[in-house]
Design a protein around this ligand. Structure first.
Ligand SMILES: Nc1ncnc2c1ncn2[C@@H]1O[C@H](COP(=O)(O)OP(=O)(O)OP(=O)(O)O)[C@@H](O)[C@H]1O
Ligand SMILES: [Mg+2]
Length: 259
């Protein structure tokens, strides 16, 4: 029996989502890129957002992270409405993103790139450097410390993008196709790295076309097509969903899975 005087917790108190989108809509002229999309990222979760090219995934990230203003709908981060906040303010709250087209500062070193992220939170340069070196080691970039970012091959530029985001000490990471262009070994290494980041308490929203990564990492998957949610469920549920197969995965996916 519950002790006297303690009321059952309401749904709201039980609510463990760290990030949520409520009826998010974004149009570009006559094109509805995102339509009435609602979802929640639970604290500690890895949630994948998948769908065909042009489905609106990156637009969702842009709306979540303050790079675009949604036409309708709300974004909540830790029970705070993000309406009207600039990207740097959202980053300060604890949400960091990577870009599909990687955006390092091309002519400065790997270390300096990561330090830009670290200095968004850490005021002492010495401490920012210490943290940056730690993150560079963690993301496997130690050998590249003083290389210009533009000289790195794509897989390492992807890691640098991740390192810069981590340096801001996020609670939520938005990852936009961090596995694109990687070979299977590199994908496996990144899966291990992302699992470790998540284990350390960072909730992750993952846009990804590399289904092996989605299957290995995510607890839940949301599928969008033409900006609209067509399915939501566990990875196993979603890959068997007829509408998802038709809109995105294709029959080849199922036969490749031996079904
Ligand atoms: N700034 C913009 N202005 C006009 N149209 C845009 C803009 N950004 C995106 N779009 C359009 O909105 C739609 C959704 O694009 P978005 O980049 O969000 O898709 P995506 O799901 O990330 O695709 P991909 O898997 O190819 O990265 C597309 O039709 C795209 O051409
Ligand atoms: Mg995209």
């Amino acid at each position: 029996m519950a002790p006297l005087g303690r009321r059952p917790q309401s749904k709201i108190q039980n609510h463990m989502s760290i990030l949520s989108a409520d009826k998010l809509t974004k149009n570009f002229g006559g094109l509805m890129a995102v339509g009435n999309l609602s979802f929640e990222l639970e604290k500690g979760e890895i949630l994948a957002l998948i769908g065909p090219n042009g489905a609106g995934k990156t637009t969702v990230f842009n709306c979540l992270s303050g790079f675009l203003t949604p036409d309708e709908g709300d974004v909540m981060f830790e029970e705070k409405l993000l309406a009207g906040l600039q990207p740097f303010q959202i980053c300060q709250l604890g949400m960091a993103r990577t870009f599909q087209i990687v955006k390092p500062f091309p002519t400065i070193s790997v270390l300096d790139n990561v330090m830009v992220g670290a200095l968004s939170r850490e005021k002492s340069t010495a401490e920012a450097k210490r943290r940056s070196l730690e993150i560079i080691e963690f993301t496997g970039l130690s050998g590249m410390l003083s290389k210009e970012a533009q000289g790195l091959p794509l897989p390492l530029r992807k890691r640098l993008e991740l390192a810069r985001a981590l340096a801001t000490q996020p609670k939520v990471l938005l990852l936009d196709e961090v596995m694109a262009g990687l070979n299977p070994t590199e994908v496996d290494e990144l899966i291990a790295l992302l699992k470790e980041i998540n284990r350390q308490g960072v909730s992750i929203l993952l846009i990804e076309h590399v289904m092996r990564g989605v299957m290995a990492l995510s607890q839940r998957v949301i599928v969008i097509s033409y900006g609209v949610k067509i399915a939501e469920g566990t990875p196993a549920e979603v890959v068997e969903n007829k509408e998802v197969i038709e809109a995105y995965l294709g029959k080849e996916f199922l036969s490749a899975q031996g079904q």
